[in-house]
Design a protein around this ligand. Structure first.
Ligand code: GDP
Length: 333
């Protein structure tokens, strides 16, 4: 039997910043169990009433191996030493397939994971990217209600995950390595369209030589590429160099994040968040409709027939879709 959720006690614990309560609250909001969904709604409604100044929400993306977790460990410990409370969440679409996640993995952030002023949570494996995004957005609200004033959302550059994360944060930071010329093509154009700050990481001595100069050259080229893609937009994303390993340049990256936030201003930030809320609302609706479709008894009754008919070439896809939709009985959940 699942433990019943005492929403009131949980809200009190979260407001107090108690780790166990925060962890449990995130489990409840991430859960897709029907009994948790009701509790999650109550919990989120109650937590929304907790008055806090808006936290700084930052998305951090880059290919595996670029140094995301090392960077977050360095940035996070600097922020907690400066008195901030830092939440780290992860959006990892591959965890949907593997059932596990390397992002937000505590063993990869050894100092931050034992830091009382930090809370790290790996990616939920919620079935779809939409499901992961929904769970992460709600986990973010729990962390903020618990007094975390900085939330870092880590993601890998797989599929649509960067766009999904960019839509849930105030500032989107992209980590890359020193690449020049043709290698620059390897950075997806879609990334250049959504980044707010870029950092060329590992600008330090490794493999027996200094890479700081390469990183600076790469940063200049990347800044040029960004100008081409973004034109004369209001915000020209700065490209800086850093090393998550030595910590050099990490403060500068954070300053740039702050500058982007200042550029948005309180009204711009409020507008951005309001628009994100609206997008999120529709994402929730799509997610719910998808769930209902999956659990519809009507659809279940014809699913195997339709599958067979499509696979054997008897039934064209549009007609198959019509049959499934006709069988959908709407509110069988
Ligand atoms: P992630 O997959 O993006 O999270 O990357 P990790 O943080 O796990 O780092 C991948 C590898 O690169 C590890 O072996 C790190 O030690 C190394 N690494 C990470 N950051 C830096 C850096 O700033 N400089 C150098 N030289 N190596 C780094």
């Amino acid at each position: 039997m699942p433990r019943p959720v005492d929403v009131e006690a949980l809200v009190a614990g979260v407001r107090d910043g108690q780790r166990a309560a925060v962890a449990r609250a995130i489990t409840v909001v991430e859960s897709s169990r029907p009994e948790h969904r009701v509790a999650a709604r109550e919990l989120l409604t109650a937590l929304a009433e907790v008055e806090r100044p808006p936290a700084t929400r930052v998305g951090i993306s880059g290919v595996p191996g670029v140094g995301k977790s090392t960077f977050i460990e360095s940035l996070g410990t600097r922020l907690t030493s400066a008195g901030h409370r830092v939440g780290v969440l992860a959006v990892d679409p591959s965890s949907v397939r593997t059932g596990g996640s390397v992002l937000g993995d505590k063993t990869r952030m050894s100092a931050l994971s034992v830091d009382p002023r930090a809370f790290i949570r790996p990616s939920p494996s919620a079935g779809t990217l939409g499901g992961v995004a929904r769970a992460t957005t709600q986990a973010m609200l729990v962390l903020e209600a618990a007094g975390h004033d900085v939330v870092l959302v880590e993601t890998v550059g797989v599929g649509q995950s960067e766009v999904t994360v960019a839509r849930m944060v105030d500032t989107f930071l992209f980590l890359t390595l020193a690449r020049t010329g043709d290698q620059l093509q390897g950075i997806k154009k879609g990334i250049l369209e959504i980044v707010d700050v870029v950092a060329v990481n590992k600008a330090d001595a490794h493999e027996g030589q200094s890479h700081a100069a390469d990183a600076r050259v790469a940063a200049r080229e990347l800044a040029g590429a960004l100008r081409l893609v973004r034109g004369h937009a209001e915000w020209a994303p700065p490209v800086v160099t850093c090393s998550g390993l030595t910590g050099e340049g990490v403060d500068d990256v954070w300053d740039r994040v702050g500058q982007h936030r200042d550029h948005l201003g309180p009204d711009g930030l409020a507008r951005k968040r309001a628009e994100q809320q609206l997008e999120f609302t529709w994402a929730l609706v799509r997610d719910e409709l998808d769930q209902r479709l999956r659990s519809s008894a009507g659809v279940a009754a014809v699913r195997d027939d339709v599958r067979r008919a499509v696979l054997s070439g008897e039934l064209p896809a549009p007609l198959a879709a019509d049959r499934l939709l006709a069988a959908y009985d709407g509110d069988s959940t």
